[in-house]
Design a protein around this ligand. Sequence first.
Ligand SMILES: Cc1cc2nc3c(=O)[nH]c(=O)nc-3n(C[C@H](O)[C@H](O)[C@H](O)COP(=O)(O)OP(=O)(O)OC[C@H]3O[C@@H](n4cnc5c(N)ncnc54)[C@H](O)[C@@H]3O)c2cc1C
Length: 388
Amino acid sequence: MQTLIQDTPRPLTSLSEQEKMFQQAVRDFAASEVAPRAMAMDQAQQMDQELIDQLFELGLMGVEIPEMYGGTGADFFTSVLVVEELSKADPAIGVLVDVQNTLVTNALRRWASDSQKARYYPQLASDTVGAYALSEAGSGSDAFALACRAVQDGDDWVLNGQKMWITNGAEAGLFIVFATVDPDAGYRGITAFLVERDYDGFTVGRKEDKLGIRASSTTELILEDVRVPAENVLNDVGAGYKVAIETLNEGRIGIGAQMLGLAQGALDHTVRYVKEREQFGRAIGSFQGVQFQLAEMATEVEAGRLLVYNAARLKNAGQPFLTKAAMAKLYASEMAQRVASLCIDLHGGYGFTKEYPVEKLYRDAKIGTIYEGTSNMQRQTIAKALMR
Ligand SMILES: Cc1cc2nc3c(=O)[nH]c(=O)nc-3n(C[C@H](O)[C@H](O)[C@H](O)COP(=O)(O)OP(=O)(O)OC[C@H]3O[C@@H](n4cnc5c(N)ncnc54)[C@H](O)[C@@H]3O)c2cc1C
């Protein structure tokens, strides 16, 4: 009996003491430091550098980086909790931290050599923002149709091409850039390179003017004869497709968490609002019609949380999680759009203005169904598993 009790898996949403402490610390920080700055950063289309410095100080930019390199030494699930909590206050800050942890440091954790870790981990944990550069103007969903080219020259690789849509481009000091060493080899030519911002020939180009997550920079990258030392190839030459596929499989759980946090944030604002706003002589939250709408939203948010946490816990446990991650990202991002939209409705005309945070969250929700694999790409992954 004793053994049976010990073997009972813990409920998905129950957190360990350490996870609870971490969650509470990030929640407090998000409420006191991030939320008050969110709208101003959105309007300025600019991250507050002070806030980025604080994220580093709190260890939120190196969640999975081992402590010996100055990181927090926590796990993937903790990264997911961090992204969820930050995104309640500002999904733009959520994605900055998400890309840093679930794509960039995650790729290094999986594939970097000891000397690459020794060089870049301490930087990423202390003051260097990372970016992940796969997409190009002509290759999005069909990511492996990329045209960026790498040619070997002595001990270096020489990179030429352009990247588009790169999150954190304006702030980043380190970029994982995907290029092909042999266009005829298809995906087997794709190689991942660690490119430092100050390498000659490397330029961060135009910043996109976006609908949502406006404080998060989305930039073009221009590579003109950029010499990258051979020791900066991440994983083997020709094995970059594996880096791309596998990190994005994990990263999209983080986007699920971003959308989950966003939806929870919008719902929290709305519950507060309907208790205060009076029509027909009473708080609108006292109408059963409104309460039912809140109940539907809370149920959808909880369903999203279960999908996201389950995918993250499976990944942590080293179990297959690919289909579950696609489901989590698909559901959480579509759900966040529905919830944010209904939250505006429940704020009435005020919801349509910048006076209340739900207007921004509604705009921010739109990106969830697009980046790190569109909703159709998630459906394709799920359907492939069904049809096997
Ligand atoms: C704000 C923002 C931040 C981003 N950050 C990054 C980043 O940091 N790094 C990076 O590398 N990229 C980044 N991206 C790029 C992003 O991943 C791509 O935009 C995304 O993968 C979609 O590619 P696309 O824009 O070329 O759309 P397309 O691939 O052209 O898709 C257009 C539409 O066609 C549909 N479609 C395409 N093919 C199929 C198919 N076979 N079956 C059914 N439907 C299909 C899609 O679902 C979509 O609805 C970012 C994009 C944005 C907008």
